[in-house]
Structures are given as structure tokens and as C-alpha cells.
Design a protein around this ligand. Sequence first.
Ligand SMILES: [Zn+2]
Length: 331
Amino acid sequence: MDCCAHEGPGGGDARFDIKKVADGVYAAVASPAYKVNCNTAIIENADGVMIVDTHSKPSAAEVIIERLREMTKKPVRYVVNTHFHWDHWHGNEAYPAAYPDAEIVSNNITREAMLKKGLKRIQDHVRQVPGEIAKLKADIQASSPAQRGKLETDLRLAESYLAEVRALKPALPTIAFEKTMKLYRRDREIQLLHLGRAHTEGDVFVYLPKEKVVITGDAMIGWTPYMGDGYPEDWAGTLDNLAQLDFTHIIMGHGDVTGREWLNTFRSYVHDMVEAVRHEAATGATLDEVKQRVTAKLAPRYEKPFSTYGEYRPWRTGLAANIERTFGMVS
Ligand SMILES: [Zn+2]
């Protein structure tokens, strides 16, 4: 299927819907992809552009760079990474390649996590993706004609991802700050904040006070949060700190641009999940029992709002993982 040349250099699954959020502030909302891409925020300042997060591979970042060149002649000066997960920084190298003066910025905790965990995980991908490819090939052999097209597309995407991850030249932050960094551009103020632990130990929030926009990385997303490197017990408190800021628009790590209503729902989910797991764990229930009971308890309120992306990221699977992570921490 050779239908995707218009999608950019990866010829693959990196597709973005660019939405204006405020004057000079855009969200590039990523479409669901075989290898998930994060959203990017684009902040155009008088003297250059700031980008927040760079997706799972350089070719995806190159799709954004192509779009940027249609939007402005200004160079990218800053690339911010909200956290150390692969789908938010593996595309970093594309920016200094296209804009030699671009600085990559994050906090010290996130830079350290990239060094200590992120680099190792790149090697894990290099080792694991060939197994994924072998499985896809076997699945294609066993598939019905109706299933085959999708599996063949996935195989092509897995092969091109493997080639990219093997060739990756990880571009770590060139500027690391301690707690807060503020940029006072001629036309706007940009705050890079650490509000507490949530999705990772070092989550960076980008806040534009004048425009009332906040960019959250994966501390908030449009589906069930991933907690594998997270701090479920701290998470709701960190979101309470976020709620103290004055903003109307939220650009999340994944999913569409949203507002305070989703912050409330998302925060309540995290809080209620943790409380329910704590309660059940205290009764001496096993992990399986806790999963069953907490799912039954939360489903009436949360299954629908967390199912906007349907089978792409099913709520019950995400919830089971959240319960497991939390159970390990509270029991
Ligand atoms: Zn993440």
C-alpha cells in the first residue's frame, strides 16, 4: 500500500492535526499510530519558535518541521521535553539537524532519567522489535484476507521503526534547570514548572500565563494514564497544584486539546482509583480480587469518559495496569 507519501519522510504513521489554541500557540495533535506519537505544542515567539516534545522517532519530528516551515520562517530555538519517555523525546535529534542553534531543554530529573533509563530503553527497543516483526509475519501467514491489510501495514511500520531506532542519535537536553525556568520573550512569558511527581518523577509543565494555556505532557492525557514509571499516590496532589494556575486551555501529551472539565475528571479518576485500591488492599484482598472490585466500583463513573479512543487504548486494560502499579505501592 503506497498511499502515504504525503505523510512525510517516515512515509508512515506520523499524522498531526494542527490546531490554533491562542495567538502564536498551536497544538499538533497526533493521530493514533502503530508506534504511538505524542502531541507537540508549537509556540511562535517574536524571535523564534519553542517546541514541546518530539514523538517516538525523528521522522515524526520531521513531519512537524515540514509543517512549521509552511507556518513561519523563524527558526526553532528551544525544544522542551516534558519527561523521559521514548514517545516524547526520540525525535529530538531532528531539531538541531534542521536548526543548528536549537537548544533542548528539560529539568535535571528528566535529563538524568533519560541518561539512566531512557538510553537503556532504546537498546531494549532494538532488541525487542525484531520479535514483534517475526510475530507480525507469522500472524500474516495465519490471517484471513480481511485481517491481512492491517497486519501488512503494521509490519511495514514496525520495520521502518526498527531501522529508525537502530540509527537513533539520542539528543539529550543541552540546558537542564532545577525547579523552574522562565523565559521572558518580547511578546510572552513562558514558564517551565515542576509541580510534583505524577506520570514520572520529573514531569515538566509548560505554562503561558498571559495566554492561559498549559502543556502537561503525560501528567494528563485523553485516555487512561500510563503509571508504569509514575507515582499514583502523588499524582492527584500534583494536579491540584496545576489547578491553582490560571488557564483555560490544556494541551495534553496525547489526545485532543481540552479544558478544566477534563482536568477534574482525570484528577478524580486518579484519586478514586488510588483510594479504592488502598481500601481493598487493607482488607487483605489479593491483586486479582482488587482488580475485580476496583473495576466494578469505578466503571459506572469512568469507563465512558476514558473510552473516547476506544480499542486504541481500552480503559479496562489501562485500569488493570494502574491498579497493579498502585497495589504494589500501597500494600
Ligand atoms: Zn509518558
